[in-house]
Design a protein around this ligand. Structure first.
Ligand SMILES: Cc1cc2nc3c(=O)[nH]c(=O)nc-3n(C[C@H](O)[C@H](O)[C@H](O)COP(=O)(O)OP(=O)(O)OC[C@H]3O[C@@H](n4cnc5c(N)ncnc54)[C@H](O)[C@@H]3O)c2cc1C
Length: 441
């Protein structure tokens, strides 16, 4: 086959939809037996996601918005800061009313899947590894009790944070544990808004403890709670909770309620949720890489496989769509030309456009853990007002995609708060904890 995409998450399906709309018959291989999997998650999307989605395929952002809830404001309450409790309500200047929206992950995935011919989606195919050959890549899959081998001219690893493609490319690389545990649930809430205002994302923060309450569309409320947890990640598995899991969430909220009644609406939402609807996961990310491709430029990474980050700034899915958009634009002429040199140039350009931007976004996302191990020291000293200013500027820069795709934001907080007048973009690129592991050649 010409193109094989490993992973049918938001990234892989968005790319497949875009390639099919350009006449390229990409195949998608997914390890789950079907696409009807729930993660109890909703995703907040913004202008960069919309522009990328419409670049992938005309009308895609409108299709997703049709099942989403439009967000007009974000309200953040910082508890336990030096000045006591501080609340900031923000709407981004100059953006249209429908530019920020929240959609259930499952709904976004089925809309994307509906744009890929079913014959090209192969479930129950778990990639084991791949091998480079002269003119192609041999992919080894576990399909039930059998191992099957397929060959493709070009392979895209869109198989998420635990990517098997990335493991074959960088054998020593592993996800990084961020010392946080997270619970989230989608609660059917047809009477909506008793625990959150209409059109608003409501967040409460106290150090690393953060909650979100938001309308996720289709009569669902999303709640999220994350707290610091330094117990070893080994042995803890992600998945839906039982009653003891729900009791732990309520215990954590009771501790937080000691500092402020602002957490009360979260408690109401959690109490109204059945234990089996609550998804627990440890938060992990990936350290930025210098290259997302194999040495012969026939295998490339995208989405969480390339740049898994903490969900803090809400950019994981948005930037997965940016990757898909850029790959569609670059790959289609290169595949049509049919020469390995054209493909190589397309991959090099993709990496030039994406890696500096994503390195910055990944580092900012790590900062939003509020855990000192993952933050530059000077950021730990910022007041809630300055943190919120920095957050808004970051979001405005991220939202401006594809403008400033590799450049600096026009920033007050990013430029002025930095020490020594060094621009944050340069600073972050230089001070990165880059992965020291080398590619498998
Ligand atoms: C609680 C939470 C809230 C979030 N909120 C936001 C938000 O507000 N905004 C935002 O933009 N992002 C958000 N994100 C991040 C976003 O959901 C992810 O970045 C995005 O879904 C990643 O998509 P992906 O397709 O790259 O990876 P995934 O969704 O992980 O998809 C990978 C796919 O590959 C398959 N797979 C894995 N291994 C193999 C294999 N060996 N062979 C074949 N298939 C395989 C998996 O089954 C899966 O279907 C949030 C994430 C979480 C956890």
């Amino acid at each position: 086959m010409e193109v094989a995409i490993v992973g049918a998450g938001l990234a892989g399906l968005a790319l497949a939809a875009g390639l099919h709309s350009r006449g390229i018959q990409a195949h998608v291989f997914e390890k789950s037996p079907n696409l009807i999997v729930d993660t109890a998650t909703a995703t907040s999307l913004g202008p960069n996601a919309s522009r990328a989605l419409d670049g992938i395929s005309v009308g895609l952002s409108a299709a997703i918005k049709s099942v989403a809830s439009i967000t007009k404001t974000t309200k953040v309450t910082f508890c336990g800061s030096r000045n006591g409790e501080e609340t900031f309500v923000t709407r981004y200047d100059g953006v249209r009313d429908d530019e920020f929206y929240v959609v259930k992950w499952r709904s976004a995935r089925s809309i994307l899947a509906s744009r890929v011919p079913a014959l090209y989606i192969h479930c129950s195919h778990a990639l084991l590894d791949y091998r480079l050959e002269d003119q192609s890549v041999a992919l080894r899959f576990q399909c039930g009790g059998e191992v099957a081998i397929f060959r493709a001219k070009f392979v895209v690893g869109a198989d998420g944070i635990n990517s098997a493609v990335r493991r074959a490319m960088y054998p020593a690389d592993r996800p990084r544990d961020l010392h946080l545990i997270n619970w989230n649930a989608l609660v059917h809430n047809p009477g909506r808004f008793s625990v959150h205002d209409r059109d608003q994302i409501a967040s409460i923060r106290k150090g690393p403890s953060v909650s979100f309450l938001v309308d996720a569309g289709e009569d669902y409320t999303l709640w999220v709670l994350r707290v610091e947890d330094r117990s070893t990640a080994k042995g803890s598995s992600d998945g839906f909770c039982d009653e003891s899991g729900k009791a732990r969430v309520l215990q954590e909220i009771d501790k937080l309620l000691g500092s402020s009644p602002a957490w009360e609406p979260l408690k109401v939402a959690v109490e109204a949720t059945e234990a089996g609807q609550i998804f627990q996961r440890r938060i992990k990310d990936r350290i930025p890489l210098d290259s997302w491709s194999d040495l012969n430029h026939r295998v490339v990474l995208m989405g969480d496989a390339a740049h898994a980050m903490h969900w803090g700034p809400g950019q994981g899915a948005r930037t997965a769509f940016e990757d898909a958009h850029q790959l569609c634009e670059l790959l289609s002429p290169a595949l049509a030309a049919g020469s390995p040199e054209d493909l190589k140039r397309a991959v090099i350009r993709y990496e030039e456009l994406r890696i500096p931007r994503m390195t910055r976004i990944q580092n900012f996302a790590a900062e939003t853990t509020s855990i000192a191990d993952f933050m530059p020291a000077w950021v730990t000293e910022l007041t809630p007002g300055d943190l919120w200013g920095r957050w808004k500027e970051f979001q405005q820069w991220a939202a401006s995609y594809p403008l400033n795709i590799t450049g600096d934001p026009d920033s007050t907080y990013f430029k002025n708060i930095d020490n020594g007048g060094i621009r944050t973009h340069d600073l972050q690129i230089r001070s990165l904890t880059r992965s020291t592991i080398s590619r498998n050649v």
